[in-house]
Design a protein around this ligand. Structure first.
Ligand code: SF4
Length: 248
């Protein structure tokens, strides 16, 4: 991407005069093994065997979600009444984007804008996410975006454990269908539920993770809504985006 264009998007994120310490390597020659050790401190790596999250394959064998194709999966979500959130939703928010994307972005749950529009990451937070993606040369429509929950919790409260458990097979089937090279977990709720941990985002974002039992790298970053409230954290989010780009 032309540097002047990149700068425009960085300014849209609220990051001005940013100069990356390291150029983004050529994606064709970049693998998880080529990331500089300084970016992935060995002492903070999470051993794969310590991750308790179910594998994608195991989780989607629950119920009859396994084997559903995209249309059938979306229809199942739209009709879902597996948790109490179906009573207060305007509509389900299935997810959107490239169903064969290299990058999958996972947030927490629909808010008011998403519940109204039926798309994840709408409103001001969505606009900032779009700017963040543009900053690393990606359009929103080339990634796939989904949430931990497909229905809005009332008053945007945190998802309950039983709601996450009920909705998890849908997300895991989406991951199985997309087969992304990298997952970007956006915000505390998404990161903690995906990685089955209560560790703070500030610690998770500086470590490398694999989706439980699998081989999909998970990068953790701050939620755009949080960045709108705490713009001083945008520089850290930019570092996370650069790491995501390298993994791709
Ligand atoms: Fe079903 Fe998920 Fe909506 Fe609950 S949040 S009703 S599990 S689609």
């Amino acid at each position: 991407m032309d540097e002047s264009v990149r700068q425009q998007y960085l300014e849209a994120m609220g990051i001005q005069n940013w100069v990356a310490r390291d150029p983004v390597p050529d994606a064709a020659t970049t693998t998880i093994d080529t990331i500089p050790p300084a970016e992935l401190p060995v002492e903070q790596l999470v051993p794969q065997e310590q991750l308790s999250a179910p594998t994608v394959q195991a989780a989607t064998k629950q119920g009859d979600i396994a084997g559903l194709d995209w249309p059938a999966l979306q229809a199942r979500v739209e009709a879902c009444q597996a948790c109490g959130l179906h009573q207060t939703r305007t509509q389900t928010v299935f997810g959107t984007g490239n169903q064969s994307a290299d990058l999958m972005i996972i947030g927490e749950a629909p808010g008011a804008d998403e519940d109204h529009q039926g798309e994840p990451f709408a409103g001001r937070a969505g606009a900032l996410l779009n700017a963040m993606l543009k900053a690393i040369g990606l359009d929103r429509n080339v990634v796939f975006i989904a949430n931990i929950l497909k229905c809005r919790p009332p008053e945007n409260r945190d998802p309950h454990v039983d709601e996450v458990h009920s909705c998890e097979p849908f997300l895991l089937r989406q991951i199985e269908l997309v087969r992304p090279k990298v997952i970007l977990a956006v915000g505390r709720v998404a990161a903690q539920n995906l990685l089955k941990t209560d560790t703070a985002v500030g610690s998770l974002r500086s470590s490398e993770h694999l989706l439980g039992g699998g081989n999909i790298p998970v990068v953790v970053t701050y939620h755009p809504a949080y960045l709108l409230r705490s713009p001083d954290q945008k520089g850290k989010a930019w570092q996370d985006l650069l790491r995501t780009k390298r993994l791709l």
